[in-house]
Design a protein around this ligand. Sequence first.
Ligand code: ARG
Length: 571
Amino acid sequence: MININQIIEQKLKVILKDLGYDEEPQILISSRPDLGEFQYNGVMGIAKTIKANPLFIAEKICFELEKDNSFVNINIAGPGFINISLNSNYLIELINQSEEQLNLNKTIFLDYGGANVAKSLHVGHLRSANIGEALKRLAIRLGYKTISDAHLGDWGRPMGLIILEIKNRYPHLSYFEEDNETDDLDLTNQDLEEIYPYASNRAKEDDDYLNAAKEITMQLQNGHSGYLRLWNKIINVSKTSIKKIYDELNTTFDLFEGESDSQKYIELLMEHLKSKDLVKESDGALIIELEESDDNAPMPPLLLKKTDGAILYATTELATIYSRIKNYQPDEIWYIVDNRQSLHFKQVFRAVSKSQMAPQTKLEFLGFGTMNNEEGKPFKTRDGNVMTLESLLNLVTVETEKRLNQEIKDNRQSIARSLAIATIKYADLLPNRSTDYVFDPQKFSELEGKTAPYLLYSVIRIKSLIKKGLDQNMQIKLITNLEQETAKAVALTLIKKGLVLEQAFKEKSLNEITNYLYELASIYNRFYQECPILIERDESLKTSWFSLSNKVLETMTELLNILAIDIPEKM
Ligand code: ARG
């Protein structure tokens, strides 16, 4: 993939070396496009080191740069900032290069999604799915191998609560009798969505109820056969409905495992931890002490087993890492999880490092911020409950539908819904991963500005232009002409893609890509206004513009695909 900044940096490095400056130059995209397309601000640093006049050094560098006919308009601003622009012919050469698929021998394991069985997905899970899926696709695009897993919440107290509530309501079911294996319960996801909140609320007020749920949770974890059968039933019903939502969000997983899948590694994990002398007893519970003398924030011990023998979130987390290392030996494991779980991951990672469980694997917590409503508070429904994904989708579908072309009559609702998903995804990937942001359903559904509808509308328009052209027997060929200022600006934006992808990967945040897509669409739309392609008389210019448009279409399609955003046929 072309990384234009790197290309210029390499050329400049040779020049600096010849001049006797041992520097790793850094080229930036210019913040003053009126002065040049790229800038080099390193001269002042060199001048300081060798105690010379920066202007004098800058002039020497420019003199050498002039000799390279890839560049034009080389000039010095202020005390020694060097501005550089690309020669159109060189840009044409770059833009016509075809791209190779990269292949790195590195595997990244991504943990995202994280839905909880028997509970509705909420907006927090949405962010994990959106960011995780896009990061996975980005890694693949950059040549990494990936393995993705949803790590469903399916083994903790909520399971005990649901089983308890079913037991209270239907005590005579086979699951609560010994040696009876009939399947005598009809269970739907709607049932679960009613049962869980009921049980969870009751446990908050009723200690006996809570204790009964704890007891069941522990028995389940220890392999109680009836509870396990019922649990399996709950899991299957719930997983089907969770999968359906992930499908709609274009989120796919190689593995669809849960906390429960780590149960078979708990013993092995405990043995390993004991062999490293890490397991301590504290008031009947088993813990790992994590504190170190140079900690500058409190580091509470990790709780492995409670007094009643039940295991916890951190225990299944560790056992899951143990199994992932054993089964897949990934080079890295990425956790795309809410920022509010950062302490949990700090503890878990510390325990992993103390136990030397994953010496070859880099563990990374990629926390994300909260999606808030207009008042800056986490999204809630009108009755004060956490907003489910489904209600958010409905809310946004109303907005996107209003803005759909009136002539669209068939499938109007389903187009509006898929546009709503695109709208949410784009808005969700627009801020930096780790910051909280305000989701405004109206603003993000507009056909103008940094929104999915604006981008998708632009793509659909280019698509229809290409189709019209091809129908008129036009051909997609090499780009030969960038004389028009906006055509050159489009090309220049196009070749920044490699840098954008690398930057996004480095930051593990998609905001570079979402912003770049907007930049590309905007500059293309200006070009489209100024250069009416289909009526251009000069055939060779017309073909070049047409081919440039096709490059833009290819690039936008590729990037939207990385973001897992679908392009509708019409809107
Ligand atoms: N189920 C968890 C939750 O809803 C998220 C799981 C995140 N992944 C992990 N490996 N802990 O909070």
